[in-house]
Design a protein. Structure first.
Length: 580
């Protein structure tokens, strides 16, 4: 009976870990209603977000004469602050390159969040989309005249640069787009005004296709990594829609929502590009586009690799008279919380409130340790693990002593239980089996042993699962650990251990701890189950972040020490009872 309970608890624990590792990051609320497909014959990638009702744009018979404003040739504009370097083009007034100076890729270069293919094909980040597909294409392909102004320090804000794009077709269609960059700020002020013969048209600023900042030069990303995920906050409810990578499914024909929009954008595991309407009200739309990767020859003279088409999301947010803000940067909880607009909600700890709360508290502890005690996040994880083990010591001690005493009592009683079972070995009828169980239960009662004692000892350990899962959620969500080294070969705590040293050590310490806790266990089947658990966990942890494996390894080491204390304590109790 006890074997079934222990096996059930073990299976529940493994199931919880597997669920959190492989299903956790993709959990999101139900998808909203899809956007109607574009008109027949029109490609999704080139379509405007949707058509507005005809009555919102009454026709104007006579064109309005105006001066033509446009550039003579394509040019690029570079804006540099202390946090990023942005390259813009006057062809559509879009982004060509966006580099985060404080974060590095796998080759040690500043992290690029816009790939070259993202700005090809007449689209790219910060393009303007209109309800009329014809006008939208004209605006996107226009050559804008560029104006650049230097901004002085203002009310505690750093100096900066204002880039203004202007264009007019000379027939009454005018476009003005402004971007305001400030030193030390990840938030960029953006505004887009489109006027057609005196009427301001509804306009959307877009980001995409996609958003992905993979940094694993040697292919060492862990299995939990995700990218190109659409996310938005409507009325305080954050929703996520997975893109094509890595789940191999797109977001359908599209998504559309309007109302109390706090922000909307595209994210990956550690970074995000979010458009924030200043009014707190607006409409956002998202839809998939096909992006063709450029072919490149592996060696000089070798044939180019075939082009690959990927589906990536585009996100557009309606820009009102008040304009909007654009955030492109790390999903760093404390910094985002200080910026306002509920931007910190883009940091995904867990979809389960209890786990999210635990992860949030543990995150604050880890960041505090790193800021005030040690400058190494690996050492900070070790210290946090020790602190957590100390806090849980009484609960662990009670559980482990209870389980150990139950095992010892069952071991002493095992010969008598086997004698009863042998007596009914050849009897297979229901009445005999019931009689056998009655005799076994009578024996338990006579000896004063609770057969559920071992299971009751497991309950306090099960109560710790929210903390353990919260620790996992915290480690895989904290951008602070990205690129953070520990010692020697571990150069990034968010990537798997390249030499598998820590997973193997974790498995070995888990085996030792299981061996120490099973010395008095009489059931061979139960012993084999407990001994096989370290093998399962070692295989499961190979591709997980080295920071998480480090936590589990240190926790096992501390568990070995506590198991030694438990064994010693129970041994003294046995000697005392025998002496009495």
């Amino acid at each position: 009976m006890e074997k079934r309970y222990i096996l059930g608890a073990l299976l529940c624990f493994v199931a919880l870990i597997l669920w959190q590792v492989y299903l956790g990051p993709s959990i999101s609320p139900p998808m909203p209603q899809a956007v109607p497909p574009p008109p027949p014959g029109e490609k999704v990638a080139d379509a405007a977000p949707a058509d507005e009702p005809a009555e919102s744009e009454p026709p104007i018979e006579a064109p309005v004469e105006a001066d033509t404003v446009q550039a003579e040739q394509v040019e690029e504009i570079t804006v540099e602050t202390d946090v990023f370097r942005v390259v813009l083009t006057n062809h559509g007034g879009r982004v060509v390159s966006w580099t985060l100076n404080e974060y590095l890729d796998g080759d040690g270069n500043p992290l690029q969040v816009v790939s070259p293919s993202d700005s090809d094909g007449g689209r790219g980040p910060l393009g303007i989309l209109l309800s009329d597909p014809g006008l939208s294409k004209e605006v996107e392909n226009a050559l804008y005249r560029v104006e650049r102004e230097s901004l002085e320090r203002d009310q505690g804000r750093g100096a900066g640069t204002l880039v203004r794009f202007r264009w007019s077709d000379g027939r009454g269609l005018e476009v003005v787009k402004e971007l305001e960059f400030r030193d030390g700020e990840y938030l960029v002020g953006v505004d887009a005004e489109v006027v057609d013969r005196g009427r301001r048209l509804p306009a959307w600023l877009a980001w995409g296709p996609g958003f992905q900042t993979r940094h694993d030069a040697n292919g060492g990303l862990s299995s939990y990594y995700f990218a190109n995920q659409v996310t938005w906050d409507m009325g305080g409810l954050v929703t996520r829609a997975p893109g094509a990578f890595p789940f191999r499914r797109d977001i359908g024909e599209g998504i559309s929502e309007s109302g109390r929009l706090r922000w909307a954008g595209i994210e990956d595991q550690y970074f995000a590009a979010l458009l924030v309407p200043r009014t707190g009200e607006g409409e956002f739309r998202a839809w998939p586009v096909d992006v063709v990767s450029s072919s490149a020859a592996a060696e000089p003279g070798a044939a180019a690799a075939p082009a690959e088409t990927q589906s990536r999301p585009m996100v557009a947010v309606n820009v009102a008279d008040a304009g909007a803000l654009l955030y492109v940067g790390p999903k760093q909880y404390d910094m985002l919380q200080a910026l306002g607009y509920d931007l910190q909600k883009v940091v995904w700890f867990s979809s389960i409130s209890l786990f999210a709360l635990m992860a949030r508290l543990l995150y604050e502890v880890l960041v505090w340790i790193h800021a005030h005690a040690v400058p190494n996040y690996g050492v900070a994880i070790v210290i946090a693990t020790v602190m957590l083990r100390i806090v849980l010591f009484p609960l662990n001690q009670f559980s482990m002593v209870r389980i150990k005493k139950s095992q010892t009592e069952m071991q002493k009683l095992q010969p008598k239980i086997n004698a009863i079972r042998n007596k009914y070995r050849k009897k297979k009828d229901t009445e005999s089996r019931a009689q056998m169980n009655q005799e076994v239960m009578a024996l338990y009662k006579k000896e004063g042993i609770n057969p559920m004692g071992g299971m009751m000892g497991c309950l306090p350990m099960l109560a710790q699962f929210p903390i353990l899962i919260g620790f996992y959620d915290m480690l895989v969500a904290a951008v602070e650990l990205r690129g953070a080294p520990f010692i020697l070969w571990i150069e990034d705590l968010t990537l798997m251990d390249p030499y598998l040293v820590t997973p193997l050590l974790m498995g070995a310490t888990m085996f030792i701890q299981q061996k120490m806790s099973a010395t008095k266990m009489g059931d061979p089947t139960q012993q084999r189950i407990m001994m096989f658990t370290p093998v399962i966990f070692t295989v499961m942890f190979i591709q997980l972040p080295s920071g998480l494996v480090l936590y589990w390894f240190v926790n096992n080491l501390l568990g070995i020490g506590q198991q030694w204390l438990v064994n010693r304590h129970v041994g003294r109790l046995e000697k005392a009872s025998q002496g009495a």
